[in-house]
Design a protein. Structure first.
Length: 72
């Protein structure tokens, strides 16, 4: 998986900081997106996280991550 350049990606009326990845969503085939604020990969088309929460119960990223990426 190669990292892409950090960018502001348009989402609805807002922007998120992250990048499109070479991997795709297993559900719809759209490009996966790395969402920098939550240190997680998601599909913006399906509005689903593609990575699970990490095993650290004290992880700041996981504790504040909303149920759906577009809810952020």
């Amino acid at each position: 998986m190669a990292m892409e350049t950090l960018d502001l990606l348009p989402v609805g009326r807002g922007l998120i900081e992250g990048w499109r990845m070479e991997t795709t969503c297993p559900g719809c085939g759209a490009s996966a997106v790395y969402y920098l604020a939550y240190d997680a990969t998601c599909c913006l088309h399906c509005n689903q996280w593609l990575t699970l929460h990490c095993p650290d119960p004290e992880c700041d990223h996981c504790q504040c991550r909303p149920e759906r990426p577009l809810a952020a």
